[in-house]
Write a protein that binds this ligand. Structure first.
Ligand SMILES: [Zn+2]
Length: 283
């Protein structure tokens, strides 16, 4: 069965009929939907919360960075460009955050489109020079990848795999809390996969490091592309297998067991952490 997590915002499936740039050719003229990103926010029409359509909106010409073709959505070309932090928006346009933890109120399709735009712009801003010899790179035709004309090194957009896991023991769940989170909010154990590690061993290691316990019976339950800036979150549920709860105070402010039917303040419904708790805490 396909995990329902594919429909989480920031996953491309959320967009339905989206055709990415590499499978369709860029129109000659940049017209269509404008996915303009300023910091971690999306520029939208203030009255409708929709992205501008047509040519680049008046007042932004000459202030945005280069335009990049993202693909087509329901047949309409989508373009992205970065607007510098200090640029003021013309009347009628507003900036809406794309960050779920900052109270994002954009619909899921715009979060997904905005997330892809953020990843494309992040890639463009970090791939201009060859990581091996430092020469300016060139775009590989029909790809996001870059090639170095000096040493022929090629590289492609980087996604960083990270595991996230709900640890259960009968009718209780082990949740963690980082310093700086909204008071009372708890989430799941999570961390990046190391070189040479399988996803399973990353889950076991992260749980052991963060909360000191052992887990078994790992189950993959879904994934989410997370564009802050470029993680791929891979979700698991695991069963507690022993060990004493010990909080890693370098990483966490707190960790504790909660009854599955009395969980504290949840992660955002836009995140895979919220999805896992909603679907698997009380199964
Ligand atoms: Zn090079």
């Amino acid at each position: 069965m396909t995990p329902l997590s594919i429909y989480l915002p920031f996953n491309r499936e959320c967009l339905g009929s989206f055709v990415p740039a590499k499978r369709t050719s860029a129109p000659g003229e940049p017209r269509g939907r404008w996915v303009i990103v300023q910091d971690q926010g999306l520029v939208v029409e203030a009255a409708t919360l929709r992205v501008p359509e047509g040519g680049l909106p008046a007042g932004l010409d000459g202030r945005c960075g280069p335009s990049h073709f993202l693909g087509t959505l329901a047949g309409t070309p989508c373009w992205t460009a970065a607007l510098p932090s200090e640029a003021e928006l013309p009347a009628g346009l507003a900036r809406e955050t794309l960050v779920p933890m900052q109270g994002a109120r954009l619909p899921d399709d715009l979060l997904s489109l905005g997330g892809m735009a953020m990843q494309a712009l992040h890639w463009e801003s970090t791939s201009g020079h060859c990581p091996r010899c430092g020469a300016p790179t060139e775009r590989i035709p029909e790809e996001w990848g870059k090639r170095c004309p000096g040493c022929a090194y090629e590289h492609y957009p980087h996604l960083h795999p990270a595991v996230i896991v709900l640890v259960k023991d009968g009718d209780r769940c082990l949740l963690t809390r980082k310093a700086g989170w909204t008071p009372g909010r708890y989430g799941l154990v999570a961390g990046f996969v190391d070189n040479g590690e399988s996803l399973e061993s990353a889950v076991c290691r992260e749980v052991k490091e963060e909360v000191g316990v052992d887990v078994t019976e790992l189950r993959y339950v879904g994934s989410q592309n997370w564009p802050f800036p470029s993680q791929l979150m891979i979700g698991f549920v695991a069963r507690y297998a022993g060990g004493e709860l010990t909080v890693d105070r370098e990483e966490l402010e707190d960790a504790r067991w909660f009854p599955c039917d009395a969980l504290p303040s949840r992660p955002s419904r836009h995140s895979i952490a919220g999805f896992i708790l909603d679907h698997y805490a009380r199964e």
